[in-house]
Design a binder for this molecule. Structure first.
Ligand code: CA
Ligand code: CA
Ligand code: CA
Length: 378
């Protein structure tokens, strides 16, 4: 089933999938669609999962360019993914103001599902605690009850978590039981959990032991309730964590975001060229803004790990890769060939050639390019 260019608004279901559901080896894809104010209505203490979408029993799910806003459920405020089966791939989607009464404000993965979440924004989602067992995972929860190896992985890449809140643990992400959760090149800012319970992320052992959380290339700042809680097995490397976190390549220095609410990295950021290329999953080549993920930023010391799809160009920490504007051909060097590249893009009418950003492409853009080239990467 395909749901394209649709609006699914204020729908409800008794127990699962307030808007849309796929079961029994079915396949659901949705693109450029809007899911708002959908909910499950099962009694609050008795269940209800997936305010907007449920995927279950072997089915597969692909979501691209969709928005999920203000959906509500007992667990999995927007999307419920459960039981082994086909993969889930969620790309370039926005999740805002979704609510779970108990667990997982936006997305919940449960029992052996394979999930890739790439280039998404999670903002102001929350998990309340209707009873004392709840309040886990403000945005994403991953819970595995059976041993299924990599088939159970939830992998999150190139995404931003901002202002999400969990009444108990994991304002951005919570994992428990024997879940496998991988978080690469994501930015967490201003997320909230209870004191000491991981405002950014938590790897808890409250429902069973053995959950493994692997974090690389992340930026985790300004959390309430601590940045990262680990009560099981966690590895955090090549990441920027406010207050510091033990692990190879980690730092605590101010990442120099370009401005409030804008998590692009400023010039001179210690997060430039400081992530780990081999950690980035195969096939990932773009950052959250749709720009190239692997860019060598001239003047930044490469303190991260080269290799992988980036070769010598090392990825930046966080969801955004800083681009060097005058390095037109993106080869990490600034020379005459970049002038040729600019001329070509100008001739083709490429938006890149509007160097001064005034909406027109004319001679003044050539002067602008020369000026920026002379400045390096301002
Ligand atoms: Ca870089
Ligand atoms: Ca170049
Ligand atoms: Ca212009």
């Amino acid at each position: 089933m395909a749901v394209n260019d649709c609006r699914v608004v204020q729908c409800s279901a008794l127990s699962a999938g307030g808007g849309v559901a796929t079961y029994d080896n079915g396949s659901l894809s949705a693109s450029s669609s809007f899911f708002e104010g959908n909910r499950t209505t099962f009694s609050a203490s008795g269940g209800g999962a997936g305010g907007a979408i449920t995927k279950s029993y072997g089915s597969s799910l692909t979501l691209t360019g969709c928005t999920f806003r203000g959906n509500t459920s007992f667990q999995a405020g927007a999307i419920n993914l459960q039981l082994t089966g086909g993969p889930t791939v969620i790309t370039a989607c926005h999740f805002e103001d979704n609510t779970a009464l108990e667990w997982s404000g936006a997305i919940q993965a449960f029992r052996g599902v394979s999930v890739l979440i790439d280039r998404c924004i999670f903002r102001n989602n929350r998990a309340n605690a209707l009873d004392p067992d709840g309040g886990y995972a403000g945005a994403i929860g991953n819970y595995g009850l059976i041993s299924c190896g990599v088939a159970c992985d939830v992998t999150v890449v190139n995404s931003v978590f901002e202002g999400n809140a969990a009444a108990d643990s994991g304002g951005g992400i919570n994992a428990d039981e024997i879940a496998r959760t991988r978080v690469y090149n994501c930015t967490f800012y201003g997320n909230t959990a209870a004191p000491g319970r991981g405002g950014g992320m938590s790897n808890t052992a409250d429902f069973g032991g053995g959950s493994v959380l692997t974090v690389a290339g992340a930026i985790v700042r300004a959390s309430t309730g601590g940045q990262i809680l680990n009560n099981a097995a966690a590895s955090v490397t090549y990441s920027n964590v406010e207050g510091g976190y033990a692990g190879m390549g980690n730092s605590a220095a101010d990442p120099l975001f370009v401005g409030p609410g804008n998590y692009q990295l400023g010039a001179g950021s210690p997060a430039l060229d400081a992530a780990s290329n081999p950690a980035v999953p195969a096939g990932i080549t773009l950052d959250l803004a749709g720009a190239l993920r692997f860019v060598d930023y001239p003047g930044a010391a490469a303190t991260g790990v080269p290799g992988g799809a980036g070769g010598a160009a090392v990825a930046d920490m966080g969801a955004y890769e800083r681009q060097c504007y005058p390095d037109c051909n993106r080869d990490g060097a600034m020379n005459l060939s970049d002038f040729g590249c600019f001329q070509t893009k100008f001739a083709l009418g490429d938006p890149y050639a509007d160097c001064n950003g005034d909406g027109a492409r004319n001679l003044s853009d050539f002067g602008c390019f020369q000026t920026k080239f002379a400045l390096g990467c301002p």
